[in-house]
Design a protein around this ligand. Structure first.
Ligand code: CAA
Length: 284
């Protein structure tokens, strides 16, 4: 059972959301990033999102203050994970970076600590293989925005032990999330199903069958999705969508996962969605 100390690696959108949720549920969280500006920005974002929750009445001002007290930041992985019972890695979706981080986590985190990755598509088995504790490595895939979305997709690597899966399942429930356990194959479940839908929406646009607004409105009003697939792609990041589709395409060797040429072109042109200010929509 995880009692208290959680370390989160990476202070980007997912990392700050994950740190927020653990701190809100009484865990002591060390948020780690090599970039101090990013750490400062993450704390401001967390405070802003807590204000939103206070304004909606889902938490009290006292809960907000306690959550902020539960958070601290750290630039060094070595110092930041020294007392961790669980480390959740939410660094950029780059395999070499993740492998290098997990080697460091294996060296510096306590021997009994569980090492989790929030990866959306990189193999947990591969990540675990660079550590000396593959049975204690697991996927803990949160959805964006983390404080709002209920799902945690839990991914068992080839060697993940049943005890570790049970611990992470129970922990996710403590965060008032709904855990779903899946096995480690390309895209797991969430992105294996989501990305072909997004890719098909982009193909529909590319082939001139309908415009951006029509495609998104059809899926929003016709299927009761909160966002249309093109808006969701902008929100996730078009570069992230492309890289997940490549993992599916390479992993299964099936042409049905080939990324749409329009997606490839947009990413090459630097149109990455919300984060770059332009994707299928323009963001000011
Ligand atoms: N922190 C805290 N609260 C937040 C928040 C945040 N970051 N963002 C939104 N909220 C809260 C709001 O306060 C509001 O609360 P109430 O329901 O209590 O009123 C609620 O969330 C809805 O927010 P808004 O009214 O501002 O906006 P909205 O109704 O348009 O909802 C949304 C925003 C929740 C993002 C909704 O559009 C949505 O569900 N979109 C789809 C999200 C999705 O599919 N995420 C998964 C992406 S895939 C992924 O993450 C994994 C991957 O591997 C690619």
């Amino acid at each position: 059972m995880i009692k208290k100390n959680i370390s989160v690696i990476g202070a980007g959108t997912m990392g700050n959301g994950i740190a927020h949720v653990f701190a809100q549920h009484g865990f002591t969280v060390t948020l780690i990033d090599i970039n101090q500006t990013q750490l400062d920005k993450a704390l401001v974002t967390i405070a802003k999102n807590l204000d939103r929750q206070v304004a909606k009445g889902s938490i009290t001002e006292d809960n907000k203050q306690k959550t902020l007290t539960n958070l601290c930041t750290q630039k060094s992985i070595e110092l930041g994970v020294a007392n961790a019972e669980l480390v959740v890695e939410a660094a950029t979706e780059n395999i070499d970076l993740k492998l290098s981080i997990f080697k460091q986590l294996d060296t510096f985190a306590p021997a009994n600590a569980i090492l989790a990755s929030n990866t959306s598509s990189i193999s947990i088995t591969k990540i675990a293989s660079v550590t000396k504790r593959p049975s204690q490595v697991i996927g803990m895939h949160f959805m964006n925005p983390v404080p709002v979305m209920k799902l945690v997709e839990i991914i068992n690597g080839y060697a993940t032990s049943n005890t570790v899966t049970t611990t992470i399942t129970e922990l996710s429930k403590q965060l008032q999330k709904v855990p779903c356990v899946v096995n480690d194959y390309p895209g797991f479940i969430a992105n294996r199903i989501l990305m072909p839908m997004i890719n098909e929406a982009i193909f529909s646009l590319y082939e001139g069958i309908a415009g951006v607004e029509a495609i998104d409105t059809i899926m929003k009003l016709g299927m009761a999705h909160p966002m249309g697939p093109l808006q969701l792609a902008d929100f996730i990041g078009l570069d992230v969508c492309l890289s997940i589709l490549k993992v599916l395409h390479d992993g299964f060797g099936n042409p049905k996962y080939a990324p749409c040429p329009l997606l490839v072109n947009m990413v090459t042109a630097g149109m990455l969605g919300v984060k770059s200010g332009e994707g299928f929509y323009t963001y000011l």
